[in-house]
Ligand binder design. Structure first.
Ligand SMILES: O=P(O)(O)O[C@H]1O[C@H](CO)[C@@H](O)[C@H]1O
Ligand SMILES: O=c1cc[nH]c(=O)[nH]1
Length: 234
C-alpha cells in the first residue's frame, strides 16, 4: 500500500491506463477488461486490474491537474514498479482540422506549469516527450481501426479556466490540443526510465465550438480506449 493507493504489492500490473475521471476508470474496467478487480477506492480514485487479450492491465484514475496525476504516477512508478503508462484523457481542440472525437497522440507536452520550469533550474526548459515505441504503436493501432489520429504537441495547462493563455499563438505554432496532466507524466516517466504516452479524444473545440456531454466523456470514447489497450499490451 502507498499513501494514496490501497493495492498490495503484485495487485497492480506493470502496464497502466490513466484516465482523469474515476468513472471512466470504472467504465474501462467493466467494459474492456476481463476479470477486473478493484484495488483502490481511497478518495474514490478508483483503480482496477484485469486482463486484455490475456495480458494483465491496470487502470488507475488520476484526478484533474498536474499535482493530482503527479501523486498517482509517482506512487505507481516508485512503489509498484509500473513500466508502461498511457494517459487516456479528453482534450480541447486547438488545431482547425480537429473534429469532435478525433484522437490526438501527444508526441510532446508543453506547459505553463512551474513543476517543469523549476526542475533543472532557470536555464533549462525540459521538453516532456512521449515514448517513441508507444507513439508509433498507438498510431498504427488507430490506423488499424480506421480512426482519425493526429500526432504532435499538446499544452498541459495549469488552469482549466485561464483567460490569459494565448491559445491562438499556441495553435499558430502547431499545438494541437489543450489538457492538464501530460507534462508531469512524461517528466516522471523519464525520471524512472518508464514508457509513457498521452492519448486524447477531442471532447470540445476551443475555437470551432461543439462539445460532448459528461456522460459521453465518461462512456463513449471507445476508440481511444481500444487504441490504448492495443498499444499497452505490445
Ligand atoms: O478527461 P480527463 O482525463 O480528466 O482530462 C481532461 O479533462 C479535465 C478537465 O475537464 C482535465 O483533467 C483535462 O486534462
Ligand atoms: O483540459 C481540457 C480538457 C478538455 N477540454 C478542454 O478544453 N480542456
Amino acid at each position: 500500500m502507498s499513501t494514496h493507493i490501497a493495492a498490495k504489492k503484485g495487485e497492480i500490473a506493470d502496464r497502466v491506463l490513466l484516465p482523469g475521471d474515476p468513472l471512466r476508470a470504472k467504465f474501462i474496467a467493466e467494459n474492456f477488461l476481463m476479470d477486473a478487480k478493484r484495488y483502490n477506492d481511497i478518495r474514490n480514485m478508483y483503480g482496477y486490474t484485469g486482463k486484455y487479450q490475456g495480458v494483465p492491465v491496470s487502470v488507475q484514475a488520476t484526478g484533474m491537474g498536474i499535482p493530482s496525476i503527479g501523486i498517482y504516477v509517482h506512487e505507481l512508478l516508485a512503489e509498484y514498479q509500473v513500466k508502461k503508462l498511457i494517459r487516456v484523457g479528453t482534450a480541447g481542440g486547438l488545431a482547425p482540422q480537429l473534429k469532435l472525437r478525433d484522437i490526438v497522440l501527444a508526441q510532446a507536452a508543453s506547459t505553463d506549469s512551474s513543476v517543469i520550469h523549476n526542475i533543472f533550474g532557470p536555464s533549462i526548459s525540459f521538453a516532456p516527450t512521449a515514448d517513441f515505441d508507444l507513439l508509433r504503436q498507438a498510431y498504427q493501432a488507430a490506423q488499424n481501426i480506421e480512426h482519425a489520429a493526429y500526432v504532435g504537441n499538446v499544452i498541459g495547462q495549469d488552469r482549466f479556466y485561464d483567460a490569459q493563455i494565448n491559445f491562438k499563438q499556441l495553435a499558430a505554432y502547431g499545438v494541437l490540443a489543450a489538457e492538464m496532466e501530460t507534462p508531469i507524466l512524461y517528466l516522471l516517466a523519464a525520471q524512472y526510465q518508464a514508457q509513457a504516452l498521452g492519448i486524447f479524444t477531442i471532447s470540445n473545440h476551443i475555437f470551432n465550438g461543439g462539445e460532448t456531454t459528461a456522460q459521453e466523456r465518461q462512456e463513449t470514447f471507445g476508440e481511444m480506449i481500444t487504441v490504448a489497450l492495443e498499444t499497452i499490451i505490445k
